[in-house]
Design a protein around this ligand. Structure first.
Ligand code: NAD
Length: 480
């Protein structure tokens, strides 16, 4: 199999000036390919091409035509879904069935959703007191922000690229994408689909490279109007500071330490299934992973046992084998980080119920791990682990559950398991999180706004909020 490994710069496939970096298969530790890296000069060129299209062929296209092109991208994702799923499995280590059921349909749906918005981005006519005694006609326009730098993490790269590209393009922006160095392949294939769909040259460039070189050149670039970043809070803070220096618009989608609250009246079977998915999907490398499982004390032992049972039923193995339910973590760095947190959990006195080690096999695997008797002030309950590690914490009443749930610097997602509709709405209102699921873990859909409170981020993507985030509002007043 040959892998896409060049830059897609202003409509051309070519090597970058920044050398190459090795892209590994984390399940075998073998090299897949050497990927060409973009230099700051390549970034200059891509930004210039993107700026030129803001008054070029792209700017002249009506929204309905942009919508046609976005629908074509969606159809091409569907056509190549099998290949894209395989690329993500090889590059990230996730079981091939997971991108097939989540990331790829979601990416295609996102392009279709925003294809629908492209010709419906309207302003308002606003009555005023007039101008110096004369009547006036005032209206607003929603205009593209301009050139957007889209910086992508490795955990769900294709889906997150779709979340940034589709609303940006629907609103008439141009975009330079920086894929993650650990998993650039599916985004590079998406660039081929963007080319095939007829997106004019320069509207989208895809520049693989290192974060502190290619990414840094992009966030510092004076020709970039907005940075749309998804990744860690540490890099997110750095991006936010860079944006502030030149007043770039910025959206930050950062990490999480999301609670899953199981009330005493929950449908236990459904709650266990959903909670386990929230812990182990994508090896726990999910920003919305429900890593703090808060359980009513009456169910505590049952839930700990059942989650340990779910962990032991996970099939660790080759991500391309359909029987595999849990693949490898993305890198040695990530494996070491997760094992370090497990050690910290043990040393701080949490009870290791199952897992806790790397299995005896090549690849960056970590066993699915459950800790019980966790206190919310322990490191494993406070910091984002980004691996298959769950902390189970008991509570005695819903008020205590909310207090524990909200005692975190994060606020991305929360899940509530209950049969009591009133309790569900009350707790959904009280928990500080950008997205709350009741009786289902982390529902995501292109029509729903996505983003976090507190350290989980700034701004929202997707839905109408995604259009607002990708447009500037202008007011025009005509004195009559
Ligand atoms: P990361 O912050 O290390 O890297 C993210 C991206 O930033 C990469 O493309 C990287 O190359 C780039 N980067 C690094 N340094 C840079 C710099 N100086 N300038 C510009 N760009 C730079 O994050 P990661 O390890 O790839 O992803 C994991 C993190 O992402 C987790 O914290 C996770 O919670 C978060 N995440 C959040 C969401 C969300 O929607 N909130 C979704 C997925 C992942």
């Amino acid at each position: 199999m040959s892998y896409p490994n060049q830059l897609f710069l202003a409509g051309q496939w070519r090597d970058g000036g920044g050398g190459t970096f090795a892209d590994l298969n984390p399940a075998t530790e073998e090299k897949l390919t050497d990927v060409s890296a973009a230099s700051p000069a390549d970034v200059d060129e891509a930004v210039a091409a993107a700026r030129a299209q803001l008054s070029g062929e792209w700017a002249a296209l009506p929204g309905s035509r942009r919508g046609v092109i976005l629908n074509r991208v969606a159809d091409l994702i569907d056509r190549d879904a099998e290949l894209l799923a395989r690329l993500e499995a090889l590059d990230i280590g996730k079981p091939v069935g997971q991108p097939a059921v989540l990331d790829l349909p979601n990416a295609a749906r996102t392009f279709r959703h925003f294809a629908g918005w492209a010709d419906k981005i309207t302003g308002q006519v606003i009555p005023t007191d007039g101008y110096l005694g004369r009547p006036a006609h005032s209206y607003t326009r929603r205009e593209p922000v301009g050139v957007i730098a889209a910086i992508i993490p490795w955990n769900t790269p294709l889906m997150i690229t779709a979340w940034k590209l589709a609303p940006a393009l629907a609103a008439g922006n141009t975009v330079v994408v920086k894929p993650p160095e650990d998993a650039p392949l599916s985004i590079l294939h998406l660039a081929k689909l963007i080319e095939e769909a007829g997106v004019p040259d320069g509207v989208v460039s895809v520049l693989p490279g290192l974060g502190n070189v290619t990414g840094q050149a992009l966030i510092d670039h004076p020709g970039v109007d907005k940075i749309s970043f998804t990744g860690s809070p540490e890099v997110g803070r750095h991006v936010g500071v860079a944006a502030a220096r030149s007043f770039k618009r910025v959206t930050l989608e950062l990490g999480g330490k999301s609670p899953q609250i199981i009330l005493a009246d929950a449908d236990l079977e459904a709650a266990i299934g959903g909670t386990a998915m929230g812990l182990f999907f994508n090896q726990g490398q999910v920003c919305a992973a429900g890593t703090r499982v808060l359980v009513h004390r009456s169910l505590y032992t049952d839930v700990v046992d059942a989650l340990a049972g779910s962990a032991s039923q996970q099939v660790l193995g080759d991500p391309l084998d359909p029987a595999t339910t849990m693949g490898a973590l993305v890198s040695k760095k990530q494996q070491d980080r997760v094992l370090g947190y497990i050690e910290k959990g043990r040393s701080e006195g949490a009870r290791l119920v199952t897992g806790g080690a790397r299995p005896e096999r090549p690849g960056y695997f970590v066993q699915p791990t459950i800790f019980a008797d966790v206190h919310n002030d322990m490191t494993i309950a406070r910091e984002e682990i980004f691996g298959p590690v769950g902390s189970v914490i008991p509570f005695d009443d819903p008020a205590e559950a909310i207090r524990i749930a909200n005692t975190t610097t994060y606020g991305l997602a929360a899940t509530i398991w209950t049969r009591d509709v009133s309790a569900a709405h009350a707790l959904a209102g009280q928990v500080r999180a950008g997205a709350v699921g009741v009786n289902g873990w982390a529902p995501i859909d292109a029509a729903l706004p996505w983003g976090g409170m507190k350290s989980s981020g700034v701004g929202r993507e997707l839905g109408w909020s995604g259009i607002l985030a990708n447009t500037e509002e202008k007011v025009v007043t005509v004195v009559l």
